[in-house]
Design a protein around this ligand. Structure first.
Ligand SMILES: NC(=O)c1ccc[n+]([C@@H]2O[C@H](COP(=O)([O-])OP(=O)(O)OC[C@H]3O[C@@H](n4cnc5c(N)ncnc54)[C@H](O)[C@@H]3O)[C@@H](O)[C@H]2O)c1
Length: 346
């Protein structure tokens, strides 16, 4: 059963949105592609999570009719405000998805199980949510005649690249079950486009960070340790290269991808093109938080984080996104300072 939760009062009540008698392919006159004019009805799966909550805020402020489908597996919904419909439900439940995709123009599909260590320890859960969830979303969209999906993919689909920066046309060779599942999700989007005409935009997020991110990710983990005077633990030798994107920039590109018609049925990297080593990140966080914490190098751990699934070099080529007018606007110092500030006031 799907519950619609009034996010202000937190009172769940059963939805009446389900209508299983609707024919499989009723024609629609809605056009989700209104260049530079986003006044549509949108569903954000995983909208109670980190990226989703920032996306929902923007979508609401742009005047869209927004609903969120989330099972709150992250415990606390992070999306502030109450100007959207909050549906408690699971993307793995076809009925939940069928109900939630009714009368919607665009679906932002961000619900996922993530975190390198969590995904390693829970491969079935990871595969299930990604593969069954994406399949259910596309099938719900097909039945409800929803025209467009924005699919939240990951740089994990590339695996270890042979050169940097990584372009969208480079080889995909994921190392982890999470990366494999994301690639499968991309393929489902392409297949539903060919077969049923559902338009897609695939966004391969690199490392997104900012306020509201969980402590299990590297930046909040380092910031937490720095603020508590605990050591900042880096797996490996600290030379891993990452591309860190502030969440507001990632959301800006996510919205641009929906608004610019030439983005449709395309894949985009969501990054900055700026490389940062893990050791440089730790130094920067210590400096900006005025912390005296130490930096400790840790060996990869077979039971938790094996070397075999680690990606050592990851940097986005953002040329394609730049052609849509995207320009990351938040330098690392500023984004990290905002994250520290948020964590201090939590
Ligand atoms: N944050 C990053 O750096 C990053 C990098 C690459 C890709 N991504 C992708 O971006 C998307 C959003 O990531 P995030 O960082 O906001 O993660 P998050 O964990 O904060 O958000 C995911 C949300 O999905 C929800 N969810 C999980 N399983 C669900 C289910 N079965 N049914 C309904 N809801 C469910 C969770 O409750 C959570 O609110 C994900 O698809 C993720 O794979 C994120």
């Amino acid at each position: 059963m799907v519950f619609i939760v009034n996010s202000h009062l937190d009172i769940p009540y059963a939805t009446t949105r389900h209508d299983s008698n609707k024919p499989d392919h009723a024609p629609s006159t809605r056009n989700p592609y209104q260049e530079s004019n986003l006044t549509t009805s949108v569903l954000v799966t995983g909208g109670a999570g980190f990226i989703g909550s920032h996306l929902v805020e923007e979508l609401v402020s742009e005047g869209n009719k927004v609903s969120v489908l989330d099972n709150f597996s992250n415990k606390q919904p992070k999306t502030p405000g109450n100007q959207f419909e909050l549906i408690e439900g699971d993307v793995c439940d076809p009925q939940n998805v069928l109900d939630a995709t009714k009368s919607v123009d665009v679906v932002y599909h961000l619900a996922a199980v993530l975190g390198v260590e969590y995904a390693y320890q829970h491969p079935i859960d990871t595969l299930e949510v990604e593969i069954m969830g994406t399949r259910n979303i596309l099938e719900g969209m097909r039945k409800n005649d929803v025209k467009m999906v924005i699919y939240g993919s990951s740089s994990e689909v590339y695996g270890e690249p042979s050169s940097l920066p990584i372009a969208e046309t480079d080889r995909t060779s994921p190392k982890s079950t999470y990366g494999v599942a994301k690639l499968a999700g991309e393929r489902y989007c392409e297949a539903y486009r060919r077969a049923y005409g559902i338009e897609y935009v695939i966004l391969r997020y690199f490392n997104v960070y900012g306020p509201r991110q969980d402590d299990r990710f590297v930046i909040p983990r380092f910031v937490r340790a720095a603020l508590q005077g605990a050591p900042l633990e880096i797996y490996g030798d600290g030379n891993q290269v990452r591309d860190f994107t502030f969440v507001k920039d990632a959301v800006r590109l996510t919205l641009t991808a929906t608004q610019v018609s030439r983005a449709k049925n395309q894949v985009f990297n969501v990054g900055t093109g700026v490389p940062t080593k893990a050791s440089e990140l730790a130094d920067l966080i210590l400096k900006l938080s005025n912390s005296k914490s130490s930096i400790v190098l840790k060996n990869f751990d077979k039971s938790n984080r094996p070397r075999e699934i680690e990606i050592f070099n990851r940097l986005a080529d953002i040329n394609k996104a730049q052609q849509l007018g995207y320009k990351p606007q938040t330098p690392m110092r500023e984004g990290i300072a905002a994250t520290i500030n948020w964590m201090q006031t939590r």
